[in-house]
Design a protein around this ligand. Structure first.
Ligand code: FDA
Length: 319
């Protein structure tokens, strides 16, 4: 494991939990400029503008209203309202398609999952409300994966919702030791599984921490998904993973409509365009909203170059 993974990454992730630093960062105009690389804006209008640009270059989208870890039911209701307004703005009910071009991504912690009383039930009801509206609007929904202490609760909510909304997707994180088994359970007919490496700082007792081990686990999990009956969503920017996909799709006779690539807004844009130009489905995860701090810090923690870029922007501004 390199110095960055061992020392800097956990330190950056600890910063993500500091409210004081969050407030300072949110106020600095220079932070906002750097944030724009990963978060196209704060309003539904900003999100819709970037959706239009991505759709113009044949890419599909998944839109995330930023926010996580709400501490009261009112904040969870605000998140629900934001998603309902977004889905109304996206409404495509006249254009049913096998692979839906529009999707929203949800964090259950933003819907009340961690509330002390009935958190799981509240998050389930809130997610149900959003899924109903998405169904009417002709959009898909995928549930994001958060830190490992939430995985059992999240998958239990997803199982419940899938009995009514068979198209509901869920994220599985390849760095968790449990995930290959979860892939076996979820690789069933119609199930949309977004496989990512995982972005939280997890202990070795539950997660692989070495980069090569995480990549190996990812490829093993992806093989299970490709061999199964579901719809794999390959959420990674890693060339080693992208390059492994064509051989797997050939081996398991999957055509372009039977899986998709997914990447984050602002990361490897040229690669996203290249894959789309080859006729693949490529979905871009577009986060928007004012609560971008946690998401932004996870992007800094993924790559030393991002942190250097950010720190340079801060110091240049001071001189
Ligand atoms: P890796 O980190 O090895 O990166 C490979 C290459 O991609 C890098 O060398 C660089 O070129 C580029 N790259 C990657 N990250 C970059 C960055 N931040 N800035 C600039 N370049 C970068 N995680 C999670 O825990 N729960 C979730 O719900 C989701 N959801 C999700 C949805 C989608 C659509 C994607 C693509 C990713 C997620 N993630 C996530 C994040 C995921 O777990 C992971 O942290 C990142 O995708 C980075 O891992 P890679 O597989 O891209 O490889």
């Amino acid at each position: 494991m390199g110095v960055f993974e061992r020392v800097a990454r956990p330190a950056i992730m600890a910063v993500s939990r500091s409210d004081g630093l969050r407030r300072t960062a949110e106020r600095l105009p220079v932070t906002r400029q750097v944030v724009r690389r990963f978060v196209p804006g704060e309003t539904v209008r900003d999100a819709l503008d970037s959706v239009a640009q991505l759709r113009n270059s044949d890419r599909l989208v998944s839109i995330d209203y930023l926010g996580e870890d709400v501490t009261d039911a009112d904040a969870a209701n605000t998140t629900v309202d934001a998603y309902l307004a977004l889905l109304d703005a996206l409404d495509r009910r006249d254009a049913p398609e096998a692979v839906r071009p529009l999707e929203v991504s949800l964090k259950l912690s933003a819907l009340g999952q961690a509330l002390p009383r009935d958190g799981e039930k509240i998050a389930l009801e809130n997610a149900h409300t959003i899924c109903e509206r998405a169904q009417r609007a002709g959009a898909w929904v995928t549930v994001d994966a958060e830190d490992h202490s939430t995985t059992d609760s999240t998958l239990s909510i997803v199982r419940d919702l899938r009995t009514e909304f068979g198209w509901l997707g869920t994220v599985l994180q390849a760095y968790l030791r449990r995930t290959e088994a979860d892939c076996r359970e979820f690789a069933v007919s119609g199930a949309r599984i977004r496989l990512c490496k995982g972005a939280y700082d997890e202990p070795a007792s539950v997660a692989y921490r070495d980069r090569d081990d995480v990549t190996a686990s990812y490829l093993a999990c992806l093989r299970v998904l490709m061999a199964g009956d579901g719809y794999p969503m390959v959420a990674s920017h890693d060339p080693a993973i992208i390059e492994a996909v064509p051989a797997l799709t050939r081996e398991f006779s999957r055509g372009v409509d039977d899986f998709e690539y997914q990447m984050l807004y602002g990361i490897r844009d040229a690669e996203q365009r290249r894959l789309a130009a080859e006729g693949n489905h490529v979905r871009v995860y577009v986060p928007f909203g004012t609560q971008w701090y946690g998401y932004f810090v996870r992007r800094l923690a993924e790559r030393p170059a991002n942190l250097t870029f950010f720190l340079r922007a801060l110091t240049e501004r001071r001189h």
